[in-house]
Write a protein that binds this ligand. Structure first.
Ligand code: H2B
Length: 100
């Protein structure tokens, strides 16, 4: 299966069971999570670590940062903005970098 193949709704639900704190966007086209850290420095450190992981995976988040919060939306541009296995892999990696 190509990694740019959209996941089915049941595949997404199965993936979300491994991703505490994540949810499917209202439109079904992204995995979403808001991370909260102790302060800005911790949030920025998380983003820096995620940037390295994203480059390694060649799969990048749509994200924003307000002080200690990092809001993340993951989908796959190459799949027309749908959720694929690449998004699940990056979410799992981000989960680990945030301390599980
Ligand atoms: C050219 C480069 O490999 C592609 O644009 C990669 C980069 N990062 C990516 N990130 C995401 N989220 N989706 C993609 O389809 C994607 N494709």
């Amino acid at each position: 299966m190509s990694h740019a193949t959209p996941l089915t709704p049941s595949e997404i639900q199965t993936a979300l069971a491994t991703l505490p704190g994540w949810a499917l966007a209202e439109d079904g086209r992204a995995l979403c999570r808001e991370f909260r850290f102790a302060d800005f420095a911790a949030a920025w450190g998380f983003m820096s670590a995620c940037a390295v992981a994203a480059e390694a995976l060649n799969h990048h988040p749509d994200w924003s940062n307000v002080w200690n919060r990092v809001s993340v939306r993951l989908n796959t541009h190459d799949a027309g903005g749908q959720v694929t296995a690449r998004d699940v892999a990056l979410a799992q990696r981000m989960q680990g970098l945030a301390g599980g």
